[in-house]
Design a protein around this ligand. Sequence first.
Ligand SMILES: [Zn+2]
Length: 147
Amino acid sequence: MVKNTLNVGRISEGFVLDHIEAGKSMEIYKYLHLDKLDCCVAIIKNAKSSKMGKKDIMKIECPIDFMDLDILGFIDHNITVNIVENEEIVEKKQLTLPKEIRNVIKCKNPRCITSIEQELDHVFVLTDEENQVYRCKYCEEKYSRRR
Ligand SMILES: [Zn+2]
């Protein structure tokens, strides 16, 4: 019998992130600093999806309050967040664009005060929800989610 190597098994506590845009899981991995956490992470890339064609799925085993849902909402608010406790999905969370994000993206304006004062937090504020535009709180440098 051939073993199904894609079966990554259940997690007891943590998150299953579904409907991630195909290829974006590594970006999420980086933004959530999962490389620095001592937790079990399974990434499934290019899974078949009836709705999206292809999608990524992530399973992250970690304490529930570990996860910064604001960051996830910032990366892609179409992700479905399933919260798992005792091996069962107890809640599905809908993500929204956060009003403010702190130390996720950096201001690229060389004249910005955050470039000069290294200890300052990098704060971006949502200024245009429809176009997903964030601006630096200090210098108003634009950061657009649309590429
Ligand atoms: Zn700035």
